[in-house]
Design a protein around this ligand. Structure first.
Ligand code: NDP
Length: 291
């Protein structure tokens, strides 16, 4: 292993502490409230996310609440609950937990959240603000991924950046944010003909596909910075016993021999993402106070 490992835990801790200190100073009378809307709580990954959110909120001084709706809730009822949260002066941030039951359209619900309470940064007006170069609430994972790179304190201007995956929560916002800082950005996806020919040119490589081990050492430019956003549960055989392990979209072993710096999974982008959610809740609370 040659690469510097960019640890997310330390960065997450400093974000949480900064949020808590600001909350204590500016919101001494009442902490900003973050409401997580969970519809049909059967998905095991949702439970893990919720537990992480709750723990992180407690450490950041954010008042975290959970609102649960049954699996069969109609779209109209779900929209009414969201409208209620939009109008509730006690609620500063709203997250809609995914995956959602099949019959609900995620975009329909996301668009219903007031843009000033959209702490996930997914409302079209918040994504549009990024396209306009005036980011307000930015998707937490995209912001976290960029922040891990920033911790190296290197300039962005002129870098060849390759982003693999173009979802609204990760790939697209990362690409737009870095274009505004004058990086040369290539976005790759399922239609990309020769993925490795692009990733091998990247000074800074972001990978967010949900495909475990998609990027290997030979796909990485020597000396590159690699930010692995993937979180994948895979079954591994450990001495005859089947275990579930969390791995990224990058094969850490081989990529860390090529890269100059790389994020681990777990312990990289993940914890910083949850910390950013608290920072966005604080930002949302400030917007709502007109600051
Ligand atoms: P999506 O499934 O929404 O998007 C995946 C993207 O990767 C799509 O743009 C898809 O292209 C592209 N893609 C899929 N397979 C390939 C391939 N073989 N080659 C090139 N591109 C490919 O996923 P998300 O963006 O929501 O999440 C991506 C990963 O990041 C997941 O592992 C997820 O668990 C993780 N994640 C981590 C978070 C964190 O906090 N660290 C938060 C959110 C997600 P196309 O659309 O063209 O098919």
């Amino acid at each position: 292993l040659n690469a510097q490992v960019i640890e997310g835990k330390e960065i997450a801790r400093s974000i949480r502490n900064r949020v808590r200190e600001t909350v204590e100073t500016l919101f001494a009378e009442r902490s900003p409230r973050l409401v997580s809307l969970l519809i049909g709580g059967e998905d095991p990954s949702s439970k893990v996310y919720l537990a992480n959110q709750q723990k992180t909120a407690a450490k950041a001084g954010i008042d975290y609440r959970r609102v649960e709706l049954p699996d069969q809730v109609s779209e109209r009822e779900a929209l009414e609950v969201i409208a209620g949260l939009n109008g509730d002066p006690q609620t500063q941030g709203v997250i809609i937990q995914r995956p959602l039951p099949e019959h609900l359209d995620p975009l329909g619900l996301i668009r219903a959240v007031h843009p000033d309470k959209d702490v996930e940064g997914l409302h079209p007006s918040n994504l549009g603000a990024i396209a306009h170069g005036r980011p307000r609430l930015v998707p937490c994972t995209a912001e976290a991924a960029i922040l891990l790179f920033r911790s190296l304190d290197r300039p962005v201007k002129g870098l060849e950046v390759v982003v693999v995956g173009h979802s609204e929560i990760v790939g697209k916002p990362i690409a737009l944010l870095l274009v505004h800082e004058l990086a040369t950005v290539t976005i790759c996806h399922i239609g990309t003909r020769d993925l490795a020919s692009h990733t091998r040119r990247a000074d800074l490589l972001f990978v967010a596909t949900g495909v475990p081990g998609l990027i290997r050492g030979e796909d990485v430019k020597p000396g590159a910075v690699v930010i692995d956003i993937g979180i994948n549960a895979v079954e591994v055989d450990e001495g005859g016993k089947k275990r579930t392990r969390i791995v990224g979209d990058v094969d850490f072993e081989s990529a860390s021999r090529m890269a100059d710096a790389i994020t681990p999974v777990p312990g990289g982008v993940g914890p910083v993402t949850t910390a950013m959610l608290m920072e966005n809740t604080l930002k949302a609370a400030l917007f709502q106070r007109g600051e």
